[in-house]
Design a protein around this ligand. Sequence first.
Ligand SMILES: [Zn+2]
Length: 256
Amino acid sequence: MLIDAHCHLGDGAFEQDRDAVLARAREAGVEHVVVIGGTLAESERAAELARARPGLSATAGIHPHDARHWSAEAAARLRDLLDRPESVAVGETGLDYHYDHSSREAQRRVFEAQLSLAGELGKPVVVHSRDADDDMAAILRHATAPVVLHSFSSGRGVFEAGMAIGAYFSFSGMITFKNWNPAVRPSDCPTDRLLVETDGPYLAPAPHRGQRNEPALVRVVAEVLARVRGESVVSVERYTTDNARRLFGPRLATIL
Ligand SMILES: [Zn+2]
């Protein structure tokens, strides 16, 4: 059993063969997929998919790339989406100073707004962080909702801020890349804070790098995580599944 804690299953890359993708996931032992929304449209799509099938949950949020589209109206629509039973978390939100598609000031404001919305609704927040360690660490310290640092690859400062608030660390196919040289290793993270994800259709693990990523490949991530932590795959499957259910709630017990 495995849970893919982060997949953009509503992406157009899955439009032609989504049922086959989910059948392959089931065959690989994936029981549940958290379908990520990073724009209002993607969040709407994630909710639709999750409503139609057991074994899928949705998140709703505004990615830092799109922080410039934040408005009172967008915030109200987000709140509506998060009210739905299939919706288990806020996000993906966060800071991305690598691409700077939105101004850094807008990114911080929109990230903080979603963090406080999550605190108010009592839902976890899915956080993206790239090249923004200082601001990320400073903002995380004030989080009032459970946080998951997705596709974790940040430095010591973000790790320590995350540890201070009991954050979860979600590892992706990046841990399988030859040039992966992390400041914080998966073995630095406590067992009860670890998750695995694909971030599909992006970040396919080696040896599939460059191809479309999909939930079945979360097994490759779990295998590499087990190897680098010196644990059995069965044990990684068990604790990452328990952690995802504790974090995201009872809907995660529904099975694909
Ligand atoms: Zn993502």
